[in-house]
Write a protein that binds this ligand. Sequence first.
Ligand code: AMP
Ligand code: DBH
Length: 582
Amino acid sequence: MSNKNKQDPQSQKNNVKIPDYTPWPENFEQRYKKIGFWQEITLGEILLPHLPKEHPAVIDDQLSWSYKELNSHSDKLANILQQKGLGKGDKVVIHLPNCCALFELLFALFKIGACPVMALPTHRYSEISYFCQFTQAKAYFGTTRLNGYSCESIVNQLNENQKLHMSYLINLNSNFISLSHALTTERMKENIGDLNALPENIEFQPTDIKASDIALFQLSGGTTGVPKLIPRTHYDYLYSVVGSNEICQINEHSIYLAVLPVCHNFPMSSPGALGIFTAGGTLILTNSGAPDNAFSLIEKYRVSITALVPPLAIAWLNAFEARQKLNENLDISSLKILQVGGAKLSYEAARKVAPILGCQLQQVFGMAEGLVNYTRLNDDIETICLTQGRPLSRLDEIKVVDDEDNPVFPGETGHLLTRGPYTIRGYYKAPEHNLKAFTSDGFYRTGDRVRVNEDGYLIVEGRSKDQINKGGEKIAAEELENHLLTHHEVFDAAVVGMPDDYLGERICAFVIAKNDLKIPLTATGLNRFLRARQLAEFKYPDRFELVDDFPKTRFGKVDKNALRLHISEKLIQITTQTKHTA
Ligand code: AMP
Ligand code: DBH
């Protein structure tokens, strides 16, 4: 690593400015550019080659826009946002459901060089306010229609507590035409300025946006007290998208159904929405992965590819099988690829995909920090069902190491480290954490435990990071523990995953109460407390265990392995008892 990238806490103390962002070392950058992996194209430009296409670029439950329409809406919005004071490098927190307006906004921001922070629809004030404050965001975009939730209270609280330049509550009601239209009419109502006088088809003239700039911020599933922000450049993000397109054979005829929240890295870039836009295909957006809804969309739009997390894939398999038994005719034969990722899919479920759904399974093991592994479309069925794929790029470097960072023997399980053309070299503004999360030569410590088979395919065997993966939704134990610790009756808290047949894992919070309590702590009370802290609901513990003490390791740390074992055994006991009494 070159000196400019070294993040030494000592130099921070001595007031040497630490860069917020860790670039790839010069020699790596030159190499990626020379072989054409990194191209001088920005995300704001990917629609342009497809403007003559007649078919829709994006469809949601109300709108359908061609490439030309999507591009001109985003041009107009870019003009408006620029006039309202947004510019290059400004951070904008985006908190929207899967809808056309989301892409109008994203492309507008890419064009002016502002950086979207990709919040998830399940995030609430606790997470959103943190993203705004940490990135010093200039704007927040929420909506009245966030899967049954209105962001109104978030907007009000942000306006009260944070100095945002602007925050918007978008009303995606039935006469919503476009965001640029909504903002123009809003401005008209305010009767300030003459934005409504902007000509309809005014093109946006991008200024000085480089492919080496940060394009957007993804969020890490995290292991620490607060979520980490992942800066992705146009160079590296587009490379991962184009590489994913090649592997998944995405072209202008591809029709991708996004049922997962599309701001998440998987449906956004592997190859996801951006893959589709880069290739000139069609993106179908919905906010429900429920089998009935998804099957009818697949049938209606002749969807060719979609992406799911394992619990949804299992729900689809069960639902489709049930329909077949009832002889209900549903034509989902257009579906060629079902991608499953975000958490490990069981071999048993994997085997069922092709026979039941009549399409090919593709396992995807990726991370918002970069590295994505895919099973390939021409792999044999055992490879597809037994492994989580191999790296996207021939320049992805993979190391599997023991606790001392020594390589394990081939085929043995160890910690996965990686480095490559689209894996970040550091989290945003996190120099201390980066020293732990990256090796001195720039490998990212994924926190996953894997083994690599003879063909170079990865099999995920577990995790060393202090995180719970609840069917693809990641919960950093420390973040939840910190919330619980602010409860004035909680003395200590330790959060672990407990096994679950459907989701893989659920959250169990072990809590020690302060010993002089008049009213005992209860699960209901603790849940109410977390709700009041406005935390994303998927982070709420599924179970609380009130205990007097935590088991400790030899070094005096809370022994989370012992806690996991304790709760697994207890669950087995409970199930056995229920079976006996039934
Ligand atoms: P995130 O930090 O939210 O981007 O989540 C990335 C993490 O999700 C990975 O490091 C893995 O722990 C997990 N993950 C993603 N895909 C898979 C998969 N196919 N199998 C097992 N774990 C996965
Ligand atoms: O879980 C993930 O973060 C993930 C899974 C599959 C991901 O980021 C990806 C593919 O790109």
